[in-house]
Ligand binder design. Structure first.
Ligand code: G1P
Length: 276
């Protein structure tokens, strides 16, 4: 399905994934939003800007400046961020990856912003992951004590096998970067493999103790998979008491049905009578 409909437009309950991210930014008063995308995904722009849909987010928030920045070759996250260099114009900026959803009364973006007020340097959001999953993420080696909520990063390793992972703290798709990162991405773009570019920049910041990791509080869901989209929808439903009651009774009925393995005579035939 995602060959036709971009995964950012897949619905999580009653709105697409991309809306959750944009709302998280708008609630955190981030009003200049650049979407780095490919021209092969025109539906995203169409959905977000369509004037024929008065319910679009942008019509709800007219002060938001939404711009589309095109990355024509899929050459990694570092280069995608670099495409937005002119857009962010030497200011500190947030990076969000829509594959990661975080549910918490203080959004992940706000948590980063709050920490930035005291630190004034780049921050990456991290969460603990099972040790056998480290090869899906960038993993941070903390400088000081691992238990702390935030700590300066000694270095980052991109997608290490469990044996080589310096911790179980994985970088998720929420970052707050200073413009220094753009300069480093610019400096190393084309000189290191595309997939290592952002890690190279983060590691150079780490050498100057200019990047910290912040443990993000909340329920973090990998919305890049069908399972994650379902989990996110269930999480959203659980916040709506009326619907949640209905889902609960539906689930308990289904479970009773499923757990009836001893039923002898399975019914495999049906007749459908079509009316004239
Ligand atoms: C990217 C980053 C990785 C990070 C992940 C978070 O990987 O390269 O460091 O942990 O996002 O979602 P990707 O998922 O794009 O392969």
């Amino acid at each position: 399905m995602t060959k036709t409909v971009p995964k950012e437009l897949l619905p999580v309950l009653n709105k697409p994934l991309i809306d959750y991210i944009i709302e998280e930014l708008i609630e955190a008063e981030v009003n200049q939003i650049g979407i780095v995308t490919s021209s092969k995904k025109p539906l995203i722009k169409e959905y977000l800007t369509s004037l024929t849909q008065p319910h679009t987010l942008l019509s709800k928030y007219p002060s938001v400046d939404l711009q589309f920045i095109y990355q024509e070759t899929p050459n990694g996250l570092g280069n995608a961020i670099l495409e937005a260099k002119e857009f962010v114009d030497n200011s500190p900026f947030i990076v969000c990856l829509p594959d990661d959803l975080v549910f918490h009364h203080i959004s992940a973006v706000k948590q980063l912003q709050n920490k930035y007020k005291s630190l004034q340097h780049s921050l990456v959001g991290v969460v603990p992951v099972p040790t056998d999953k480290t090869s899906n993420y960038g993993i941070v080696k903390p400088h000081n004590r691992l238990e702390e909520v935030s700590f300066t990063a000694e270095y980052f390793v991109e997608k290490p096998i469990p044996e080589n992972a310096p911790s179980n703290l994985a970088v998720i798709g929420r970052y707050l970067f200073t413009s220094e990162v753009m300069d480093l991405l610019d400096k190393y773009s084309g000189l290191v493999p595309d997939d290592d570019l952002l890690t190279k920049a983060k590691n150079e910041l780490a050498q100057e103790s200019s990047v910290s990791a912040l443990r993000i509080s909340g329920t973090r869901i990998d919305a890049g998979s069908a399972l994650g989209i379902t989990q996110a929808a269930i999480h959203e439903l659980s916040r709506q008491p009326e619907e949640w009651g209905q889902i609960n009774s539906f689930l308990s009925l289904s479970l009773i049905h499923i757990s009836e393995p001893t039923r002898r005579y399975a019914i495999s035939y049906a007749v459908i009578c079509l009316k004239k």
